[in-house]
Design a protein around this ligand. Structure first.
Ligand code: PGD
Ligand code: PGD
Ligand code: 6MO
Length: 822
């Protein structure tokens, strides 16, 4: 790519999008008849090329004799993900679920089956009719015996994009028709931040557009990636990503903007920018921020006008900062003791933050920790003291690393999708979710262990329902949830566990009934391109016909609701292409309001994509209006200002979430009081996977060490334990033990090791409690408590453990083969 300034990047983005939009419409005008004659294709190709999309981007698939042989990135993708070959491989992976399967014990004994033998791999193949009859029977039985709160449909996870085959919405649609279910709210990504931020900023922050990259390129002088690795994480989008952030990052790099990464690990991003690395002890960022805040305050470097005009409650926080209210001044020296950085470095960093236009771009690992609410609250407080919120390229951003936040927003219409048909729950679920009841999603194991038990959530007291059946689609809880051994015990509470997936994940292996879904490359769908940019609408075309006996999620739930006597209500008389065209037509109506022209559905489907122009989006500065006039453009908080002190949180009276940002000791941390194990496990997101997805593909060859999930370990820690590169290691704590392969490297700080989340759980002896996990699922080791009573988010980053060279009998990893029954 040629060198582009922010303004040029802005112009180039608009021009390219607009040219392709007009080119598409123009081309259709010229040869509309012949394209129309092809009609809307609903079958997989035998031979040829077809454009489609996925979490990794827009791609062109090449098909030969009905088999996909190559996925090549769209030529307008500025930074295709290196994972794309693995996406193709996932269609043909040996981990595919080929047929409907039922656990033998369950098939023979139903609810009287021994639940402790789940996961032993003893499955029986059944026909689709038998499987669907059984699922329908179980749903009815539980509904009749226990009512709607007996069924859990809060299934969380990263199902594929697509506005029709949105398997979780489809499942809830079916379960609503079946009589109701228990839902879940929130997510594992930003469990703490998305609850605290509305109190502080009046919005979710984490899923909102950031000051646009062209503005950052032109104005930011110091970019701080705080616990953020955007070069790694922006590979992925929740919808189909445009990878627009990479164009921005490239322009920023070429401009030579100073970049600091605050991270225990030298990341892809740090390498890409040649960044300065600052490595505090994990889980101590709040202390570090407080030390900086104290420096700014005591050296009178904070922006008093901004504090006065745009924030509320700073004086109460200042009394905490100086120690007036609790006797402990949060000096840089105090912070140094906790985070392990020299006090002088902390002071110096604080001074540099006010020395020019500074953007604090934070990732989310720092809130996926015990007391994780404090991290982003304190970050906003520090940014408020710096005083650049609302200025071009200054302030803070919580989504520069996620789904290409900051990629300029187009003028295009929004695309709708199928709905679950339910009404939002009343009461405890603070985030809207339909269902008969709802729990914070990361409390699923607590729910199973404590039916009828009370819990706190964001100011409300709620009761855990007594769930007997869980139906999981589009998620992998036996990868994403914390403390696997605790979870295994809790799962025995379920009479019935139904899983619908396309691969034999650990979750599917622990199911009673397993239904084989298609991948999204075996069905037609429609999706937007660019979570924040809304750059285009894409025809997510079927690449190949369904493999084996796999069925689309839509077809499965249509057949199931048919058995429940609700088939018509489920389908509303539409088929796949009928739904897809209806979503498109709704977008066309919106475009008409905006006086934009869009091609007809047939033309769109033939062309495969319609792109939208970007105009004002490239100039967007988050909070510019608020800063300009806080009275006229107030935030959605009770005071209309940034709440450094929250009276609402004060009223809740939680001992684990005070009413202003506070350093709260996590349950366990490196060097913390009573720390039992000597190493912190950084359990962040994988570079060559999406969580657990693609772990079962050939991509594993890129990173596995001695056949196990890799473990980054500092040379000092390795030497102290006689560990060499390539060794098989056992990582252990009181919660469990896993095998990993050693990657000795100074990219990770001493005292920390890194094992990515998403490695498939592979128990050596599924019948033995606390058995060794043979492949390397880091959530065997993590702590399963809520971040606090406020948000009840997960604490996937709160892990201390120790590591040793594995001295046991050699093991064979078996989780990537099909279980023995099929
Ligand atoms: P995935 O591996 O993406 O993980 O957890 P999540 O459950 O989302 O699982 C998605 C599953 O859905 C896969 O099994 C895939 O095959 C299936 N699937 C995909 N598309 C479809 C479809 O169309 N139909 C059907 N039926 N199935 C489909 C991710 C979660 O993990 C997240 S988002 C975060 S942020 C958390 N991160 C961490 C962390 O940082 N550290 C730890 N320790 N733990 C974490 N857990 C969380
Ligand atoms: P992580 O990799 O978990 O990503 O985005 P998120 O920002 O949560 O953490 C980011 C960085 O924080 C890591 O580099 C890690 O070393 C660092 N870190 C960990 N602990 C600490 C700490 O205590 N202090 C500091 N300062 N740094 C720390 C996750 C986002 O990524 C989400 S939620 C999802 S669902 C997507 N998942 C993936 C994925 O699985 N794979 C890829 N390639 N990309 C993704 N993008 C999305
Ligand atoms: Mo997430």
């Amino acid at each position: 790519m040629t060198k582009l300034s922010g303004q040029e990047l802005h112009a180039e983005l608009s021009r390219r999008a607009f040219l392709s939009y007009t080119a598409a419409v123009g081309a259709l005008g010229l040869c509309g008849t012949s394209l129309l004659a092809q009609g809307a294709r609903a079958e997989g190709l035998a031979n040829g090329e077809v454009m489609s999309g996925c979490h990794w981007g827009v791609f062109k698939a090449r098909v030969e004799n009905g088999r996909a042989v190559a996925f090549e990135p769209w030529d307008k993708d500025p930074a295709p993900s290196h994972q794309l070959p693995g996406v193709l491989d996932s269609i043909y992976s040996p981990t595919r679920i080929k047929y409907p399967m039922v656990r033998r014990e369950f098939l023979e004994k139903g609810v009287n089956a021994d639940r402790s033998t789940r996961g032993n791999g003893d499955f029986v193949r059944v026909t689709w009719d038998e499987a669907l009859d059984l699922v329908a029977k179980e749903l009815k039985r539980v509904q009749e015996s226990y009512g709607p709160t007996g069924t859990f449909g809060g299934s969380y996870g990263w199902k594929n994009p697509g506005r029709l085959h949105n398997c979780q919405v489809l499942m809830r649609r079916a379960l609503n028709l079946a009589g109701g279910f228990v839902n879940s709210s929130g997510d594992y990504s930003t469990g703490a931040a998305q609850i605290i931020m509305p109190h502080v900023m009046g919005t979710l922050e984490v899923y909102e557009q950031q000051t646009a990259w062209p503005v950052v390129v032109d104005n930011t002088e110091l970019m701080v990636f705080w616990a953020a690795d955007p070069v790694k994480t922006n590979q992925i989008g929740w919808v189909v990503p445009d990878h627009g952030a990479f164009a921005g990052m490239q322009a920023m790099k070429e401009k030579g903007t100073k970049v600091i990464c605050i991270n225990p690990v030298r990341t892809e991003t740090a390498d890409y920018f040649g960044a300065e690395l600052v490595s505090p002890r994990p889980q101590t960022d709040v202390a570090l921020m407080l030390g900086m805040a104290h420096t700014l305050y005591s050296e009178d470097l904070h922006d008093k006008d901004f504090i006065e005009n745009c924030t509320s409650g700073f004086d109460i926080f200042a009394a905490y900062l100086t120690g007036e209210s609790d006797g402990t001044p949060k000096t840089a020296e105090w912070a140094a003791e906790i985070c392990g950085l020299p006090a002088e470095q902390i002071k110096e960093l604080a001074r540099r933050f006010v020395g020019g236009r500074t953007m604090l771009a934070a990732g989310w690992s720092i809130q996926r920790m015990h007391h994780g609410e404090q991290a982003h609250w304190m970050l906003v407080t520090l940014a408020s003291m710096i005083g650049q919120i609302g200025l071009p390229g200054g302030g803070f951003g919580l989504s520069y690393h996620y789904s290409n936040g900051g990629s300029p927003t187009s003028d295009g219409p929004a695309l709708g999708g199928i709905s679950d048909g339910g009404k939002p729950v009343e009461g405890a679920a603070w985030l809207s979710a339909s269902g008969a009841a709802s729990i914070p999603c990361a409390r699923v194991v607590d729910m199973l262990l404590n039916p009828g038990g009370e819990f706190q959530f964001n100011g409300a007291t709620a009761t855990y329902p007594d769930v007997k059946l869980a139906y999981w689609v589009g998620g992998n809880p036996f990868a994403h949830h914390q403390d696997r051994n605790r979870m295994l015990k809790a799962w025995e509470k379920l009479e019935t566990f139904i899983v619908q997936d396309f691969q034999w994940t650990a979750t599917a292996r622990h199911a009673d009934i397993v239904l084989p879904a298609t991948t999204s490359y075996e069905r037609n769908d429609i999706e937007s391109v660019g979570d924040y940019s809304n750059r285009a609408i894409l025809a997510m075309k079927k690449v190949v016909d369904p493999l084996y006996e796999a069925r689309s999620d839509y077809d499965i739930f249509a057949a199931l609701t048919e058995r429940l006597g609700k088939g018509k209500e489920f389908t509303e008389g539409r088929d796949e292409m009928g739904w897809i065209s209806s979503f498109y037509e709704a977008a066309v109506k919106q475009a008409e309001f905006k006086q934009m022209e869009m091609p007809s559905f047939e033309d769109f489907w033939s062309e495969g994509i319609v792109e939208f122009p970007i105009t004002e989006g490239a100039n967007f500065v988050r909070y510019a209006d608020f800063r300009e006039d806080p009275l006229f453009n107030p935030l959605g908080t009770p005071s209309g200002l940034i709440e450094i002190y929250s009276k609402n949180i004060e009223k809740m009276g939680y001992d684990d979430c005070p009413a202003h940002p506070t350093w709260m000791e996590p349950a366990e941390r490196l060097g913390g009081p009573g720390a039992k194990y000597p190493l912190h496990v950084v359990a962040s997101h994988p570079n060559s996977r999406l969580h657990s997805q693609l772990n079962g593909t050939s991509l594993r060859d890129l990173y596995a060490v001695a056949g196990h999930e890799p473990c980054l370990i500092n040379p000092d820690d390795a030497a102290a334990r006689g560990i060499a590169d390539g060794d098989v290691l056992r990582v252990f704590n009181d919660r469990g033990q896993i095998l990993v392969g050693a990657k000795v490297s100074d990219a990770v700080m001493p005292g920390a090791i890194q094992v990515y989340e998403g490695g498939w759980y592979d128990p050596l002896d599924p019948s033995e409690e606390g058995t060794l996990d043979k492949y390397g699922d880091v959530n065997v080791l993590s702590l399963d408590v809520g971040t606090s009573k406020l948000a009840q988010g997960n604490c996937g980053q709160t892990i201390l453990a120790d590591v040793e060279k594995y001295a046991g009998a050699p093991v064979t990893v078996t989780v990537f083969d099909t279980p023995k029954g099929p």
